[in-house]
Write a protein that binds this ligand. Structure first.
Ligand SMILES: Cc1cc2nc3c(=O)[nH]c(=O)nc-3n(C[C@H](O)[C@H](O)[C@H](O)COP(=O)(O)O)c2cc1C
Length: 193
């Protein structure tokens, strides 16, 4: 058994744990587009996620065109009405784009409608991508409201097959804020035996 001191030191030096604990949902970005290699690194991290019976059900739709991101955000805002303000406390007055938070990269992830495990698979894939982003000096935010894209006119631009649905969207970029961690609940463990 290692002494407490050594174990604390090892934990502090562990890059994976550090990345996990430092990731935050960021909602303000510098207008510096990440290059294509970085976007590929994020996609590869997503592709490395586990998936039920190795179906790898995800499909990625990457948007880096700022004008398109802005117009998608406006359309989503219109179809989602006031709902998202309530859900994550972002006020429309604070940012022009309360959906994608002005991020330079938006990734929608779709999966087949008939795969009952796909949401879980995509969740793991998304977390891999967000942790990869953090480890490469970028920030991210999962945007569940991106799902509303299905109800917008822009949706046809994505060419999502009719057999698939959008599970989530993620935004990436170089963060321009450092949010504090929300306190984590600790009353949610049962040590059985
Ligand atoms: C499935 C899911 C959907 C989310 N949707 C949104 C969203 O639409 N907009 C947003 O700004 N944040 C969204 N978030 C981010 C959460 O608000 C955030 O993860 C939570 O407040 C904890 O903060 P942290 O990510 O910094 O730890 C979403 C998170 C998850 C997991």
């Amino acid at each position: 058994m290692k002494g407490n001191g050594i174990r604390k030191f090892e934990k502090a030096m562990n890059e994976t744990l550090t990345t996990i604990h430092q990731r935050r949902s960021v909602r303000k970005f510098k207008q510096v587009p990440p290059n294509k290699d970085i976007i590929e690194d994020l996609l590869n991290a997503g592709r490395s996620a586990p998936s039920a019976i190795n179906k790898q059900p995800w499909r990625f739709y990457v948007i880096t065109n700022t004008a398109l991101i802005t117009s998608m955000a406006k359309e989503i805002e219109a179809v989602a009405e006031g709902q998202f303000q309530l859900s994550h406390g972002v006020h429309l007055s604070r940012t022009e784009d309360a959906v994608f938070h002005g991020a330079p990269v938006v990734v929608f992830i779709s999966a087949p409608k008939d795969n009952e495990w796909a949401e879980l698979d995509v969740g793991m894939c998304a977390q891999n991508m967000m942790l990869a982003a953090k480890s490469l000096g970028l920030d991210s935010c999962p945007v569940g409201f991106g799902r509303f894209v299905e109800k917008t006119k822009c949706y046809s631009l994505l060419n999502v097959p009719a057999s698939e649905r959008i599970v989530v969207s993620l935004v990436f970029g170089y963060g321009d804020e450092q949010p504090k961690e929300h306190p984590r609940r600790r009353d949610n463990v049962v040590y059985v035996l």
